[in-house]
Write a protein that binds this ligand. Structure first.
Ligand SMILES: Cc1cc2nc3c(=O)[nH]c(=O)nc-3n(C[C@H](O)[C@H](O)[C@H](O)COP(=O)(O)OP(=O)(O)OC[C@H]3O[C@@H](n4cnc5c(N)ncnc54)[C@H](O)[C@@H]3O)c2cc1C
Length: 415
């Protein structure tokens, strides 16, 4: 079984890479241990974030560090084994988080984000997934005048980058979301040109189905070994062996496990998030996703119910779930909306694949021919999958590139 390209990982990123390659006449095998969109791309908040032109730097102000230290926050928590395990990556993350460095990183990051909705649109149309998309924007709620004022000033500047918003008073918010209680809030930013997906996993599955309709192959099989051969690659899975001329690694937070035996050790680290759905009733129906800016969690209207997603927990990939952060989030969420019957008996958890310089790795592998990397999209991989997919196809087929990919090259960690 020989293919022109094998893509490992059928999350939003790998599926988009496979889709673009197949569309451009490559013969592609998309390999995943699970069905497409079953891991991180299943559990996210489902936002296609045109407004996400700013990255998430490591907290460097003393006041922020003092706030995070007691480990009781809703936006960020940590576990000591993870701090020890990823200390080198975290140290780099700290170094990349100076204001000057963030400014440069964000300028590069924005070259990707500006294409996010148009690149999704191409794939949405091709795969008939329009019914999953809402273009009403989403609401960023503020509990303090101070954070609202700062956010408004930033949002006004962001207009220069094509990000559209309006500022909402509490009365306007109430009119838009009559079920919600905004007593603890002072106002909101309505991000107008970002989109909400009612079932993130189903969007990935729709793209994957369209990939198959174009002649692409999907196999559910866990990759155990990657071997470079004279004429390409041999991929040994738990139940088969596949061959290809070219290989793309798009395995999200697992990508390092796959490339380490080839001699790569990139500073990829996971940032876990949790979600739980609650049954929709007359009393808790909402029309928009709402992000509680000061507590760092999202409440979104999904096909499965109202999805509450937490902020980040710095932990190791296989650490047991710890529901402390989610339980604290739920206390705040329940003051906004009545959330009674949980849909699942246990909350979902998954890991954002993060890089210390807050940029994904997109590009050729530095030490091997015919090998490409596409991972590390951290908080916005659902948003950036299609843009990344297009770029990888353009690189593989030696076409002019949509954006300069040098800032995203794996080589940046070689020095
Ligand atoms: C709580 C939370 C909320 C989020 N909200 C948003 C949001 O609103 N908007 C946004 O843009 N992003 C959001 N994100 C981030 C986003 O979900 C991720 O960046 C994105 O899903 C990463 O996609 P991926 O394809 O790289 O990885 P994944 O979706 O994790 O896919 C990787 C795939 O690789 C496969 N794989 C791994 N190892 C192997 C192997 N050995 N063999 C075969 N297959 C393998 C896995 O099974 C998996 O399917 C959120 C994340 C979390 C956790």
């Amino acid at each position: 079984m020989r293919y022109e390209v094998i893509v490992i990982g059928a999350g939003m990123v790998g599926t988009s890479v496979a889709w673009h390659l197949q569309k451009n006449n490559a013969e592609v095998l998309l390999l995943d241990k699970k069905l497409p969109g079953s891991e991180t791309s299943y559990g996210n908040a489902g936002l296609i974030q045109r407004e996400a032109i700013h990255t998430h730097p490591f907290p460097r102000q003393l006041s922020e560090m003092i706030r995070v230290l007691p480990n009781q926050g809703t936006d960020i928590r940590y576990r000591i084994p993870a701090l020890l395990r990823y200390h080198q990556a975290l140290l780099q993350y700290w170094k990349y988080s100076t204001p000057a460095s963030v400014k440069k990183i964000e300028a590069e990051w924005q070259t990707l984000i500006e294409h996010c909705t148009s690149e999704h649109q191409t794939m949405i149309e091709a795969s008939g997934a329009e019914y999953l998309i809402s273009r009403k924007g989403w609401l960023q709620l503020h509990r303090s005048e101070e954070t609202l004022k700062e956010a408004i000033a930033a949002a006004i500047k962001d207009r220069e980058q094509g990000v559209e918003h309006t500022v909402l008073t509490i009365e306007e918010l109430k009119a838009m979301e009559p079920s919600a209680n905004f007593d603890d809030f002072v106002g909101a930013i309505h991000w107008l040109n970002s989109w909400q997906v009612s079932n993130p996993s189903l969007l990935v599955k729709s793209y994957a189905k369209n990939f198959q309709e174009m002649g692409g192959t999907i196999k559910e099989s866990s990759v155990n070994e990657i071997v470079q051969e004279q004429d390409g690659w041999k991929i040994i899975t738990d139940n088969d062996t596949f061959y290809s001329d070219k290989l793309v690694i798009a395995a999200g937070p697992w990508s390092n496990d796959l490339i380490k035996p080839l001699g790569y050790d990139l500073p990829l680290f996971p940032m876990r998030g949790y979600h739980q759905h609650f049954k929709v009733t007359e009393k808790n129906t909402i029309n928009h996703s709402m992000f509680d800016m000061d507590k760092g969690f999202v409440m979104g209207p999904m096909q499965q119910g109202i999805r509450i997603t937490t902020g980040a927990e710095m932990t190791t990939m296989n650490a047991p779930k710890n529901f402390g952060q989610l339980n604290t989030v739920l206390k705040f969420a329940r003051k906004i909306l009545p959330l009674e019957d949980a849909v699942e008996s246990e909350a979902w958890a998954g890991s954002r694949p993060c890089m210390p310089d807050m940029k994904p790795v997109i590009g050729p592998a530095p030490q091997h021919d015919k090998l490409w990397f596409a991972f590390g999209h951290s908080h916005q991989g659902f948003t950036l999958g299609p843009t990344t997919g297009r770029l990888v196809e353009e690189m593989i087929h030696n076409k002019p590139l949509l954006v300069d990919i040098k800032p995203f090259s794996a080589e940046r960690f070689s020095q």
